[in-house]
Write a new protein. Sequence first.
Lengths: 114, 111
Amino acid sequence: EPEVTQTPSHQVTQMGQEVILRCVPISNHLYFYWYRQILGQKVEFLVSFYNNEISEKSEIFDDQFSVERPDGSNFTLKIRSTKLEDSAMYFCASIEGGKYDEQFFGPGTRLTVL
Amino acid sequence: DAKTTQPPSMDCAEGRAANLPCNHSTISGNEYVYWYRQIHSQGPQYIIHGLKNNETNEMASLIITEDRKSSTLILPHATLRDTAVYYCIVPPGVGAQKLVFGQGTRLTINP
């Protein structure tokens, strides 16, 4: 069964460093999302992406964040200058074009900022 | 987004049916009810969704009241692997909408 994959599974970085979290959505999917979950808290929407542009972003998704689909398969989330409060699980999700039934989530990347 | 209300926690015995309620009294006519679950710290997993008719798939059944103001997710024969946080979500409108997660219901299946 096709699945969303994310790398790395765990990323440790120093405050102020840049990180790139990578996702490979399911191949025929057209809508892409990033969510995050701070330990013990709710899953929060960050950004949605369609047709090579951001379609919606939350208040959390400030200028420190960016997303990119550099090729036909990868979908990346970049945090330019990490803060301690960016420590969280980051989940990528995707939806098949024209079929909005189900968002497929990846296993997540645990980001730890020291 | 239509607000949803779920009990914070529930227990169920293994092998029994788990019935998880959700209130969504402000739901609009074209808004669907979705259920997802999150097992420990894994990515959320889609379970089922519906508009107004009852729905069933290999994982669960969804019962939506006639006035659509509430719904119940039914896991017919709960197993220990069904222990998870279950989220009832009503995205605005139709199409590829973001999901707004609440606190959900923490379901514990007991042996």
